[in-house]
Design a protein around this ligand. Structure first.
Ligand SMILES: Nc1nc2c(ncn2[C@@H]2O[C@H](COP(=O)(O)O[C@H]3[C@@H](O)[C@H](n4cnc5c(=O)[nH]c(N)nc54)O[C@@H]3COP(=O)(O)O)[C@@H](O)[C@H]2O)c(=O)[nH]1
Length: 776
């Protein structure tokens, strides 16, 4: 393509402006010449007095005019030549500038006609200058840009404004549009004869394309940053001010971008205790240019909840720009949850949320380890739902699962917090029961669990399913010593229970199953005995050794079963204790003793101490003091005549509590005695802190008196000790006169035993007292 050349003939206005100046100079010269000659004439006429000289001047004056005119003509010619030369130079310079300009330059008429276009413009639009001059700018303006352009051009025409800028598109000769930046300036009509516009048109197509590409890249980049649902990207200034916050950041941290941007990192997601570390870390990163090492961090959400992320950091430190840094945080919440879930499933059963077999074995091993240091009876009870397979087969696994969930929840509610329930798998559960007192306690717990399962279960779909279960029990240390063997033992006991017809429990050892069943049967009979009022009290006299008088009576519980006859307290009291019936029975004993004491007083018998046995189980309950106070009040029995007997072991195992309990009981005005003294592990320090009145020497030290040297010495020592501490001493189980005599010799205060009397029913005791009392 040949470049269009600049033709100055197309510039009539400009030509006119440039060519009038030499004439003006010539006129000035001419005026000056006429003035100079005229004034010379006048001056010479006045100055030159010599007529000859003046005449000569007049003669040559014509030549002078000629010479002057010639000079003037030469000056004029020279002036014009110079002006034209200058004009040509300027024109060629202008032409060169116009053509060489790397922006499009055009003169446009007020109608929009292209008057003159430089080479760059022609090249830009693909037209020759001639072709351009045959078009208006409207012809090749993009329709979307035309109105704006025309409006602004009109404003130039109206003189409202002198120039305008806009970005607009022109259609290239080949049909595509080119983005340009247009600058238009109106040229004053008064100066150049007619209104026209100078347009400077810059090709910004590549800029636009770059911009578009950049925008697209940005959009892609943004979309990319936003696409990672769990990848938070945050941009911060060096001082921690947020300038970028992607979608994932919104989701992970809970702040919308518009809430986060402009706020400081520390205020947003850094927990207070981490502020100092983060501040110094960022400072060090900005100063050293080294990013803070990636790490797993626990940051905080908008709702202040912690969120675990893996955080990486990138420093952007461009020359001349303030440093910025990006944090790329990967949300580990789900991963953590998964990890926790995996860890959870290693120990827990997914269906019931109960501990699994592995956890059960682990827990059992720990308990056994502890129990080997502090001996205790531990029971493992394995439960299996009877015929559960039939339920799955009949109703489907979903129903089976729901049943297992319901059963596990019911069993969990039944057990104490210290017990441990697990699902071993399928329909098999296991319970770990610590600190049981009697072997049959385990069967009691097993029966409780079996009874819980043995009922109709209503499922969410309305189906009723009747369940029963069987249980196997093994005991540490009686049956096995290790966790695995205890579980195996309980499993084999379970199969015994199943083979015995299901809905029952069995111990690992047959003998124990037998005795447990007997004890549980006895428990049920004892419950019945309370209702049927088969319990009564017998009273054994307590005799003062120095006077030989009956000074008191120990109330001893008796159970008369119509079929079996008297059932010994040593048989049923432990069952009452392990079943909890002791509380009901114990209260009855206290009330009945007080009522009887009052009756005896009313009969006119001398005031007697009535000693009542209080089980360690009763002593552990706080209501004992209140029960006694209430009983004394309701019965009217004098407090100083009531004596409570507590075993040495019950007091010594819970010393601190015992001191408090005994003090509160003592405050009621009653007497306190330590029963079975010598059989427990008394501490003298403890003993002296107890507010007691009597020490009862256990029968085992009396049995071989006075021959047995050691027992004799022990009894003597107990008497001395008791007296030193200010207690009375009572020897129990005295069967022989020699025993009575020896006790008297060593200063023992009182005794009781078959030697004087067996425990007697109240009426017989009263007769005895009347008999001996009256005779004494
Ligand atoms: N918590 C409660 N415990 C009670 C209650 N009543 C009794 N008991 C405790 O039961 C254990 C057995 O009692 P029991 O069979 O009544 O035996 C007592 C006496 O009958 C017996 N005794 C008395 N003198 C003699 C004797 O000379 N020889 C002999 N072989 N036995 C004799 O001793 C028992 C009295 O014991 P103690 O209480 O230690 O003084 C027994 O531990 C009772 O405590 C009750 O109501 N509540």
């Amino acid at each position: 393509m040949t470049l269009p050349t600049y033709d100055h003939r197309h510039l009539p206005v400009l030509n006119k402006g440039l060519s009038h100046r030499p004439w003006f100079g010539a006129l000035v010269y001419l005026a000056f010449g006429v003035f100079w000659i005229s004034s010379s004439d006048f001056l010479l006429g006045a100055i030159v007095t010599d007529p000859e000289l003046y005449s000569q001047y007049q003669t040559y004056k014509g030549w002078m005019y000629v010479a002057f005119t010639a000079l003037l003509a030469w000056v004029l010619l020279w002036q014009r030549t110079r002006a034209e030369k200058e004009s040509n130079q300027i024109r060629s310079l202008f032409s060169l500038t116009f053509e060489l300009a790397n922006v499009g330059i055009a003169h446009v008429s007020k109608d929009g006609q292209w008057l003159r276009c430089n080479a760059r413009l022609c090249q830009m639009f693909g037209y020759s200058e001639i072709e351009m001059q045959q078009m208006t700018f409207q012809d090749i303006t993009h329709p979307d840009d035309l109105n704006k352009d025309l409006t602004q051009m009109e404003q130039l025409g109206n003189g409202i404004r002198r120039e305008y800028n806009m970005e607009k598109r022109y259609r290239h000769k080949e049909g595509h549009y080119i983005w340009t930046r247009l600058y238009v300036r109106a040229v004053d009509a008064s100066q150049f004869g007619e209104l026209f516009f100078i347009s400077i048109i810059e090709d910004i197509q590549s800029i636009k394309e770059t911009e578009t590409a950049l925008r697209e890249t940005n959009m892609k980049f943004s979309a990319l940053l936003d696409s990672g649902a769990d990848i938070s990207v945050q941009g911060y200034e060096a001082d921690g001010t947020t300038f970028y916050w992607n979608k994932a950041s919104e989701r992970i941290y809970g702040y919308r971008a518009d809430e986060a941007i402009g706020r400081n990192l520390l205020d947003l997601i850094i927990p207070e205790p981490m502020h100092a570390v983060v501040t110094s870390g960022v400072k060090a990163m900005v100063e050293s240019g080294q990013p803070i090492p990636s790490a797993e961090l626990v940051l905080k959400r908008k709702n202040q909840q912690p969120v675990t992320v893996f955080s990486s950091h990138t420093l952007i430190d461009l020359p001349g720009k303030k440093p910025q840094f990006f944090c790329i945080d990967i949300d580990l919440t789900e991963q953590k949850k998964q990890e926790q879930r995996v860890a959870y499933l290693a120990d827990f059963d997914a269906l019931t949320d109960l501990p699994n077999r592995q956890s059960f074995v682990k827990r059992l091993s720990q308990v056994l380890e502890r129990s080997s240091r502090r001996p205790q009876l531990v029971a493992v009870i394995v439960l299996d739902v009877d015929h559960f397979k039939n339920i799955n087969d009949s109703y489907g696994h979903a129903i089976g699962d729901e049943l297992l969930q319901q059963v596990s929840q019911a069993l969990g509610r039944l057990l104490r917090p210290s017990d441990y329930l697990a699902r071993l798998g399928g329909d098999e559960f296991a319970a770990l029961i610590e600190g049981i007192e009697q072997p049959e306690d385990a069967a009691r717990v097993a029966d409780k669990l079996l009874n819980c399962i043995h009922r109709v279960w209503t499922l969410s779909n309305g189906v009723d399913v009747k369940l029963s279960a069987s249980a196997g029990i093994s005991l540490f240390p009686l049956h096995e010593q290790t966790a695995d063997s205890l579980l195996q033992g309980a499993d084999s006991a379970l199969y015994k229970a199943k083979s015995e017809g299901r809905n029952t429990s069995a111990y690992y050892s047959d003998g124990m199953t037998q005795s447990a069943r007997e004890r549980l049967t006895l428990e049920s009979r004892l419950r019945n005995a309370i209702v049927e009022q088969q319990l009564s009290l017998h009273y054994q006299p307590q005799i003062d050794l120095s006077s030989g008088r009956i000074v008191g009576a120990e109330a001893l519980l008796r159970w008369y079963d119509p079929d079996e006859g008297f059932i010994a307290p040593s048989r049923f009291i432990p069952i009452a204790e392990s079943s909890g019936l002791i509380h009901e029975i114990g209260l009855w004993v206290i009330e009945q003793s007080c009522r009887q004491g009052v009756l005896w007083l009313q009969e006119g018998l001398p005031p007697l101490i009535i000693a009542v046995n209080v089980s360690a189980h009763q002593f552990q309950r706080n209501e004992l003091q209140q029960q006694i106070a209430d009983t004394l009040l309701s019965s009217g029995f004098p407090a100083e005549q009531l004596e409570l007997e507590m075993t040495e072991s019950a007091l010594m195992t819970q010393h601190e509590r015992a001191v408090g309990m005994l003090s509160s009981l003592k405050a009621l005005g009653i007497r306190l005695a330590i029963d079975d003294f010598g059989t427990g592990y008394s501490s003298l320090a403890y003993l002296k802190s107890f507010p007691i009145d009597v020490l009862k020497i256990d029968k085992s030290f009396i049995d071989q008196l006075p021959e047995h040297q050691q027992d004799a010495e022990i009894c003597k020592a107990i008497v001395t000790l008791a007296h030193t501490l200010g207690f009375d001493v009572l020897a129990e189980g005295v069967e022989l006169a020699a025993q009575q005599l020896y006790l008297q010799q060593i200063g023992c205060d009182c005794y009781q035993g078959y030697y004087y009397s067996k425990p007697l029913p109240a009426s017989e005791f009263s007769e005895l007292l009347k008999r001996v009392g009256l005779s004494d």
